[in-house]
Design a protein around this ligand. Structure first.
Ligand code: PMV
Length: 305
């Protein structure tokens, strides 16, 4: 028996870092999917067959978590994982693989797992390996679409939207999320008042952003992203590469642009009028960025066979 489940990657639209400290964020699932096939081999223990360079700790931890939670034993099973996107882009491959692996295994063991249970188990797995994280990537992988998300899944609200005019530029630099999150953590310890003020201001942008995403007022969403980027600069998580791509996008007519995720690398995102898309993409490439063609608001986890 073979069971395949797939889960989407994600992009943070607004609210990164603040969301680690109990504040809200906006996240969208993207159609770069990650899939896991569970093959019943009937021999030996559990085997992980992953693409080269991929971290197996996440999927291995997911197995021990499921064994404890469901009182089952994984034996004679191989997990084959397939990358729909490079894990260097920062699209959330770890969260997506954990979610897809648990969804496939739940199907295999005949478990009717509710989305909230899937979230809790996946989030616990990611935290056990990574130590830190808000869980926004896990939520995007499970629920898909575009979400208003508060730390640890305290609130997960789908935002109905369509035709999000998003352009994604990869800096070519892999971000080290844990290091950047820890640096922000040090600042939080040293200057809690200043940091909470910044996070309060970002929260206002996120709230307004949610309303404007619902309304499809993309020009306004772009402007809000610009202001969000100013606060991210204040936090010290931007980089020269990110700034170059952001500047290029804006110079070519984007309504707004910002980094997406931890910062210092990975991707930037821009909200762009339809007629300017080509110009913006060319401008990003001109300054050394790589345009990644992806569709936001993608479908969440699904068992495919
Ligand atoms: O680097 P990414 O794409 O995993 O995003 C990290 C976003 C943070 O808010 C900095 C951390 C988190 O877990 O929310």
């Amino acid at each position: 028996m073979n069971i395949t489940a797939s889960a989407p990657g994600k992009l943070l639209l607004m609210g990164e870092h603040a969301v680690v400290y109990g504040y809200p964020s906006l996240v969208t699932a993207i159609d770069q999917r990650f899939s896991v096939t569970l093959e019943e081999t009937g021999v030996g223990e559990v085997v992980f067959d992953v693409p080269e360079g991929m971290d197996t700790r996440f999927i291995a931890k997911a197995v021990t978590m499921m064994e404890t939670a469901w009182r089952v034993r994984f034996k004679g099973l191989t997990f084959h994982t397939k990358n729909g996107f490079s894990h260097t882009y920062g699209f959330g491959s770890s969260a997506a693989v954990v979610v897809a692996a648990i969804a496939a295994a739940a199907f295999y063991f005949g478990k009717n797992i509710a989305p909230k249970e899937l979230f809790d188990l996946s989030y616990k797995t990611v935290l056990a390996v990574q130590g830190k994280g808000s869980g926004f990537d896990v939520a995007a992988a499970i629920f898909g679409g575009t979400l208003y998300f508060v730390t640890a899944g305290k609130i997960i609200t789908p935002l109905p939207t369509k035709d999000m005019p998003l352009v994604v530029g990869y800096t070519g630099v892999k971000a080290d999320t844990v290091t950047v999150v820890n640096e922000v953590g040090e600042k939080m310890k040293a200057q809690p008042e200043r940091m909470n003020k910044i996070f309060d201001a970002i929260t206002k942008l996120v709230e307004e952003g949610a309303t404007n995403i619902r309304n499809g007022d993309w020009e306004r969403v772009g402007r809000l992203m610009d202001v969000n980027q100013e606060y991210l600069r204040d936090l010290g998580v931007s980089s020269e590469r990110l700034e170059a791509l952001i500047l290029a996008a804006k110079g070519a007519g984007a309504w707004g642009a910002k980094l997406s995720g931890a910062g210092r690398g990975d991707c930037m995102i821009a909200i762009v009028p339809k007629e300017k898309r080509k110009n913006v993409e060319e401008a990003i490439v001109k300054v050394g960025g790589q345009v990644i063609h992806t569709t936001p608001h993608a479908m969440g986890v699904r068992v495919e066979s």
